[in-house]
Ligand binder design. Sequence first.
Ligand code: DGL
Length: 265
Amino acid sequence: MIGIFDSGVGGLSVMKELITTLPDYQITYFGDTARVPYGNKSKETVTRYALEDANFLIKKGAKLIVVACSTATALALDTLTKKLDIPVIGVAEPSIKAAIEATRNNKIGVIGTKGTIGSKIYQKLAKKINPKVKIYPQSCPLLVPLVEENWIKKPETRRILKKYLRPLKTAQVDTLILGCTHYPLLEKTIQEIAGKRITLISPGKETAKAVQKLIDNNSDLRKSLKKKKKYRFYASDTSGEFKQIGNRFLGRRIGKLAKANVENL
Ligand code: DGL
């Protein structure tokens, strides 16, 4: 089974793309709703949480871990890769690779949580792949709650987005990475504000392609993953509106939601 986790409900936007790209595989989702958000927490805390999240999925039978959360990818992917003995894929590398392929003027904007932007993960990755590329980062801490409240089409959200995107437009980026699980839900408004000339990169889509490539190139891994259309959902706190909000992120109805106990790991 493919295990995928996020700080909460947002990673379902990545799972949606995984299902579209790899419809035949069994996927188990875990959302750490008891400890969300990760976006404003330290590297130490996010790393500890991410290890527990991944271990929970491994105990459930995961043979491959997808870190759907941009913040967890930025702050904890290195440690996860070192400490776990199964493959781990994050959302940052597939996104930066796609952005570098798309850019014509080598100016790439990235929006994300404070944790993601503060980590400078995109600058580090870009430097390795193409040092000519310049990254223009912008943290957008207000967007996660607005998306969860479904304020997608509200004028207030548009105004906030305009303010966040202004410096990137001034810098004339031609490519923009939507570096957070929640931002693909704002894609239409972001495209309208950014303008047609800016190419938007959605981490979910790029990560799903990277997962497919990994599975195609690794027959042992392919054999270990169950080819069965079965999706399971766990959350560390099941009292909130996980299903209601999650249905929008996943683009389909979430079936049963089970409570996960990560503290014991
Ligand atoms: N899932 C987080 C991310 O993609 C956003 C929510 C949070 O701050 O935990 O960065």
